[in-house]
Design a protein around this ligand. Structure first.
Ligand SMILES: [Zn+2]
Length: 120
């Protein structure tokens, strides 16, 4: 028999506490949480880490990552957002000013539109 551990605190001291959906239910003596001896749900952390790498470094779309890993694109989006929210704020020096460059405007201003499109 596999070791029995609480899904909330990880404690191994548990007592039987009836049945739920045909499965034996246990009650943790440490935290009082009820649980069954079933494998944890959800995708492994390694898959989520690979999703973040593919999105950030592989420049793949959320939908393409989802199709490759056979998960929904919404799940991929949630994993990427969760990792992004866990990151610390970037350290930006106070003397940096926001500068928006409109390169296309400068390009079109100096060249006729037909030539500008032809050069693209
Ligand atoms: Zn517990």
């Amino acid at each position: 028999m596999a070791t029995l551990s609480c899904k909330s605190c990880g404690g191994t001291d548990a007592t039987k506490s009836g049945f739920v959906r045909g499965l034996q239910r246990y009650r943790c003596r440490t935290c009082g949480c009820n649980f069954t001896n079933t494998p944890p749900t959800g995708k492994p952390a390694a898959m989520k880490a690979m999703v973040v790498l593919l999105y950030a470094m592989g420049n793949m779309s959320l939908g393409m990552i989802g199709r490759i890993l056979v998960v929904s694109d919404v799940s991929v989006l949630r994993w990427v957002r969760a990792e992004a929210e866990a990151l610390p704020d970037p350290a930006v020096p106070a003397d940096v000013k926001v500068l928006v460059l409109d390169e296309m405007w400068h390009f079109v201003k100096n060249v006729r539109p037909a030539l500008a499109l032809a050069r693209l």
